[in-house]
Write a protein that binds this ligand. Structure first.
Ligand code: SF4
Length: 287
């Protein structure tokens, strides 16, 4: 088998989705799909949720260890791999020690309730075993919007979970979806999301503008006229309001979907004015 064929043999799908800051990280598929699977905007979680048996994980690790023998960081793949129990994660890490002994750090996607289900001791144990970063789609800080989009958590649960990560030293990278409230709730979405983010310490806020995926419940709401989809320019104005109201520290803010063609990036709070100027400039191009 070629190197390429070996890689293909250990992943269920041809394309694997890693967050921007993990693009160089080796990825081990430990689960598939999302344990929640109910957010009305999501087109991402098509697979039936499952945690892979240890035998399969060991089989894939043997191959990955040969392909990436020097790696020191590993990404556990799955839409919310952190929903695995502490025991399951520690068992996988035991196997990692055997086949990829250089690995000292782990990162993965998580839902907020995956964090809340774990005790403080479990979180500390996982941090001690090397869990270094969680990538979490918080999407909004507005309870009305979280509820309307069926996210399954409230803003106070988000804050509680992230504060628990602060106590353990696990870093978190958050995704926010500008436009998720629609036109009627745009201002609420920006202000409440900033209010929520200001209470915690994200390493990174990654804005991904709302995309309506065909046949999702939110797409159907838009078709029926009960969700008022915003234009890219309106969404960018909403994002400007979000940034204006952010008081986070040492946090990289980025949006790779600005007006569907640009990326903006800056470290907050130092580059806040630069970010706002970049947005004003891009909006001025649209007249
Ligand atoms: S938690 Fe994430 S992956 Fe799961 S349904 Fe919601 S947006 Fe999709």
């Amino acid at each position: 088998m070629t190197r390429e064929e070996l890689y293909q043999s250990i992943y269920t799908h041809d394309t694997i989705y890693l967050p921007p800051h993990e693009q160089a990280t080796a990825a081990l598929e430990v689960s598939l799909g999302c344990s929640w699977h109910k957010c009305t905007f999501c087109d991402f979680a098509k697979d039936t949720f499952q945690i892979h048996p240890l035998e399969r994980i060991e089989h894939d690790l043997k191959i990955l260890g040969k392909l990436r023998p020097e790696d020191t960081r590993l990404f556990f793949l799955g839409e919310n791999a952190f929903c695995m129990s502490t025991g399951q994660q520690l068992a996988v890490m035991e196997l990692v020690h055997r086949y990829m002994p250089g690995v000292k750090e782990y990162a993965m996607y998580s839902r907020i309730d995956d964090i809340l289900r774990k005790s403080a001791k479990e979180l500390l144990d996982l941090a001690g075993a090397g869990v270094q970063a969680l990538h979490i789609g918080v999407e909004s800080g507005s309870d009305s919007i979280l509820e309307a989009r069926n996210k399954g958590v409230t803003s106070s649960q988000i804050v509680e979970a992230l504060k628990r990560l602060d106590e353990t030293g696990i870093d978190y990278y958050l995704t926010v979806i500008p436009g998720l409230g629609g036109r009627s709730f745009s201002r609420l979405h920006a202000i409440e999301t900033a209010r929520m983010l200001n209470q915690v310490h994200p390493r990174n806020i990654w804005c991904l503008k709302l995309k309506l995926w065909e046949d999702t419940p939110l797409w159907q709401e838009a078709k029926a006229g009960t969700f008022d989809e915003m234009t890219p320019e309106e969404i960018l104005r909403e994002e400007r309001l979000l940034i204006e109201n952010l008081n986070v520290r040492d946090c990289l803010f980025e949006d790779t979907t600005v007006l569907d063609q640009f990326t903006i990036q800056g470290v907050l709070p130092g580059q806040k004015e630069e970010l706002l100027r970049a947005i004003d400039y891009l909006l001025s191009l649209r007249g």
